[in-house]
Design a protein around this ligand. Structure first.
Ligand code: NAD
Length: 346
């Protein structure tokens, strides 16, 4: 479709150029009588005036079409007029998703516990972003957040429950710190539940809306992170499934996005504890090297693109799903037989 528009644009430009040349030819052939009484300087000046009048009138007729994006090669804006709330949007995946949503015409409430960073992110994102401080473990904060979106914009179309933390408890089940377990559950699970509850409160009366939650590959497969963190992310995937029935009946879609390892503050901070002395660039490389998809690694933009898809009309019949953004990682295991043969022969 856009290629077609571009062709029309090029066609009109060529047409305009041909008209200009033809016009000049006519003037030169039929107007010598008109111009003959003028000096050479006056003649050139008159020609220039005629030419610039043709140019400006042509551009005047083309500009409104160009500015209205009729000939644009950019993709359409998929969230025009939508209002989104994103928790944990001061940095990483949430920030990238906020930027993506805004670039597609949405107004975004950047919600985060980190006030200074949240404020900074909102000003970086521009007029369509507003920062609201919010600790997702406090139900009153989440409720106020949703109410703020309604009072400022009159509606809430997308609720993206993305805030989450890593868990720094020991890996062994016998050493698990249950107080820490409760703290991580409060953010990663209860916080998501609160987001769904209060989004549904305002979406059900409208009979529409889209809820997104950030899970993780660690919630799909065991052994990729500490059991506490994996458990919280399995819960998020489970919550999405269990909420789908009720929300479907009210015209609301809910989906989960489970990203692979991405070197954000979240993962790098945790890795620094396991591998003290390794510089951030090397930690980033280590994470990238875990990718199974040759030539690619997971970045916040991959998750933001998945979120845009699920939040847009493109996914209007998709609900209750867990979109795993992992470059195939959780879909297979290799038997590595040829590697064993190679090892035996060396
Ligand atoms: N980075 C990864 O490798 C990875 C992989 C899979 C899933 N995830 C998930 O993605 C989500 C975003 O993580 P990220 O990688 O962008 O990390 P991040 O640290 O850049 O972003 C997380 C944000 O959540 C905020 N936050 C923490 N506790 C909060 C609370 N109680 N209330 C409100 N906000 C709070 C933080 O201030 C931070 O801005 C998390 O849920 C995380 O579990 C991350």
């Amino acid at each position: 479709m856009h290629q077609f528009s571009l062709c029309i644009y090029i066609y009109m430009f060529v047409l305009w150029l041909t008209c200009c040349l033809a016009f000049q030819l006519i003037i030169h052939s039929y107007c010598p009588l008109l111009l003959s009484s003028l000096s050479q300087e006056e003649e050139e000046e008159k020609m220039l005036r005629i030419r610039s009048r043709i140019i400006s009138s042509t551009w005047r007729s083309l500009l409104p079409q160009i500015s209205s994006n009729k000939f644009s090669t950019h993709s359409e804006r998929k969230l025009e007029g939508k209002v989104a709330v994103i928790t944990g949007a001061a940095s990483g995946i949430g920030k990238e998703s906020a930027a993506k949503f805004i670039s597609h015409g949405a107004k975004v409430i950047v919600a985060d516990i980190h006030r200074q960073l949240g404020q900074q992110t909102a000003s970086e994102l521009g007029d369509n972003a507003t920062f609201v401080p919010c600790d997702v473990t406090k139900e009153s904060d989440v409720s106020d957040l949703v109410d703020f979106a309604i009072s400022k914009h009159g509606q809430l179309d997308i609720m993206y429950n993305n805030a989450g933390v890593a868990c720094r408890t020991p890996l062994s089940i016998v050493d698990i710190d249950l107080a820490q377990f409760d703290r991580v559950m409060a953010i990663n699970v209860r916080g998501v539940m609160a987001g769904i509850k209060h989004a549904a409160r305002v979406m059900i009366p409208r009979g529409s809306g889209c809820i997104l939650c950030t899970g993780s590959v660690t919630g799909v497969m065991g052994g990729l992170a500490q059991p506490t963190y994996s458990t919280t992310k399995s819960c998020v995937i489970g919550i999405v499934r269990s909420m789908t029935a009720q929300l479907c009946k009210n015209g609301i879609r809910i989906n989960c996005i489970s990203p692979f390892a991405i070197p954000t503050a979240f993962s790098l901070d945790e890795m620094r504890e396991y591998f003290p002395g390794v510089v951030p660039e090397d930690l980033t490389k280590m994470l990238h090297n875990t990718s199974e998809l040759k030539g690619a690694y997971c970045e916040p933009i991959d998750v933001a693109n998945a979120a845009l898809f699920l939040a847009s009309e493109d996914a209007k019949f998709i609900s209750g799903q867990n979109l795993v953004v992992d470059g195939g990682f959780t879909s297979f295991k290799s038997l590595n037989l040829s590697q064993q043969v190679q090892e035996r022969s060396t």
